[in-house]
Structure formats: structure tokens, C-alpha cells
Design a protein around this ligand. Sequence first.
Ligand SMILES: Cc1ncc(COP(=O)(O)O)c(C=O)c1O
Length: 414
Amino acid sequence: MAELVNSAHCFDSPAAIELIAALKEQQPESAKQAGYFVYHLDALKAHLAELQRQDVIKLWFAVKANPLSTIIQTLEGAGFNFDVASTGELSQVLKQGVAPERILNTGPAKSKAQITSFIDQGVNVFVAESLNQLIWLNEAAIESKVKPQVLLRVQLQWPEGDKNPLGGNSLTPFGLSVAQWQSIRVTDFPDIEICGLHIFQWGNMLSNEKMFSLWSQMVPPLKQLAEDIGMALKILDLGGGLGIDYLQQGATLSWPQILIDLAIIKQQAAVEELWLELGRFAVAECGYYIAPVVDRKVNYGQEQLVLAAGINHLLRPAITEQPFPVDLLRTSSHEKQLFDIHGPLCTSMDKLGKHALPADVSVHDPLIFGYCGAYGFTESMPFFLCHHIAAEYVFSQGKLIEVRASQPADWYLR
Ligand SMILES: Cc1ncc(COP(=O)(O)O)c(C=O)c1O
């Protein structure tokens, strides 16, 4: 794991300062026994409004990043469309009153039954990730007498070596190679409208230059593919992957620069519409996770903190080597020193990083983690060892509102 994180910047924004001040005043009840998430909705609204102040890209929200009802409602209010990847995500988005015309379906595990069910519920845009999916989409369209829009998901590979913009070619189940897609003609599927290409095979990009170079290198092979299969390329969907500076190294993406770059890509690809499905770049920054220290000890000379919850609430650091930045919730004038931060599970993987915290941090002190608005609550392993499920709160107009209280294990154990 990339161990040492400088937590300075993450908690410096006016929104973070406002929320931390409020949490110091009113620690919710759940804080005493387990960790909880808080999402700053006013800050989220302001951020989304900034992302929408442009006419270059059509924006979708990748629901997997955070499917909480109030988060979806806030994105819907900001004019975002929704990328869902499962029946659960579809049902949650529809339940928030989102019109099915504003929903698209991505994901490598779409069965014929799922496709039919999505069409029956009014979804009309699909990203096909295999030849089977394409055949099933065409069959379901005939059966349901609709004509869905379909984008083909492409997985490119480059020659190994310095010129490889991804730094390697790892094979994934997301989409298909150009060679596989070249085996079809759009006229073979007259009952669906194959009108676009989807490509997304990078993650947490933090350099505008690298991102632009990668996008630019994708345009010629994609245009060629469209020509080869007889498709008028109307839509190019570049997925997500815009990065968050989890390690607090000062490397952040400039949104205005992305807009300049994507206007060029749109022109080069000669498409009518350019789409992005944002996950973390839309919602990571609005979210925080707070958990109390249960124990502090020195082990072989290393200061260790054990929290009430760890990867059972926040798995991401264990699978990505990117700890979330953290700070002590209360103010302290003590010098900072390094602590290993662990959770309560019976595995050494349950570690949230090595962080600098004030030397007087002690038992019962709540710690606050930043950038937890994406891939937090639902990207965790909450059942292992039967600890409490995390609560979720929103913070709006200076008020903390409970969306779901913390729940003990007998809430789900049978
Ligand atoms: C198809 C698709 N689109 C968009 C995203 C969002 O990615 P990010 O959170 O990096 O923006 C994901 C994430 O896995 C995805 O699978």
C-alpha cells in the first residue's frame, strides 16, 4: 500500500471547515459505536453546477460510485443522467423519480432476461459489451417493439513498451477488441440503432496531459472501426476515470482544461455527442467518513490506532493501495506523528493507511476521512465479523440529517 498520506489539503475547503465545525458541535449517536458517512449536499450541488456549466459533454452519473437516494436526487436536480450497471441500481434510480429516458445500462454481465426487463422498464440506451449482448438486444427490441440506442464497448490494446499510453495491456471483461467488433455489420441488427462507441480502460487519472494524449490516441482506431462496420458514429462515450488526489500529492485535474481537450476530441471524432459517466469526480469530494478510535498502542516501536471500523466500512484502501486522507476531528495543537491505522477485522488487510496525526490522539477520539463520497459505503465488506453497519447522514443548510441509522448485525443475520 502507498502508505504515507499528507492530509493537509482535503480538509481545507470552506465546505470541509463548515462540516467539521458542525460535527464538533453535534456528534451523531451512531458515532459512539460505529463509523458513519456524511455527504455535504450543498457542496455537492455547487460542484455539480460547475460541471454542468458547459455545452461540450453530456454528463451521466455512474451510480456505482454512490447509490444513496439523496445523492441520486441531487444529481438528478443538477441535470445529470444515470449509468446503471445492475437491476438494483436501476430500481434505486427509478425509485428516486428519474425518468427511464435518462438512464443507460453498462456492464459485462447483462443477461437476455436483464436486457428484456430493462427495456420493459423503459430504458432505451445500452452499452453492448459482447456479441451475445448485441444479439439479445436485437431480439428483445423485436419482442418489445422498441428500437433502443446501442453503443459498442471497445477494449483497445497497444504494442508493449514506452509508447503504450496505459503502461500495459491488462485484459478485462469490459467490452471487446476491435477485431471482434469488426465481425459484425450494423445492418445485421436492423431492430436496434447502433450509433456509438464506448471506451473506458483507465482509472483515477490525475494528469490533464496524459488524459488528453490517451483520448487522442483512441480516436483514429475508433473512427476506423465505425467505418469498417458501417456505423455513422454519432456518440462517443469516454466512461469515467477522472481522478481524485487520494494521496494528497497536489496533482489535481483541471476541469476547464478537460473541457478544452474534449472539445478537440469531439471535433476529431466528428461526433454529435460526447458523453462521460462520472463517478468519483462527481461525488468523492462531498463525502466524509468518521470513526472513533477504540485503542492505541505501540507495537515494535510503531504507533498503532485501532478504530471501531475499518475495511468493513471502507474497503477501497485495501484493494487500491490508495488510503483516504484522514485527520483528527477535534482541534489539537500537538505536533503530528505517524500512526498505522487499523480496523477491527481479523486480517492484516484491515488497514486504512499510515497517516500523520496529532500526537495526543487517544481512545474515543473520532477520526475523519475525506473523499469518501464515492466507493465508500457500498464498496465495503460490512458483514465480516458482524460489526455494525455504517450509518449515512447528509449535511445541508447547516443541518445533519440521518438517512439510515447504524444497524447491529442482527439487522441482517438469520
Ligand atoms: C462503465 C463505467 N463508467 C463509469 C465509471 C465511473 O468511473 P469513475 O468513478 O472513475 O469516474 C465506471 C466505474 O467503474 C464504470 O465501470
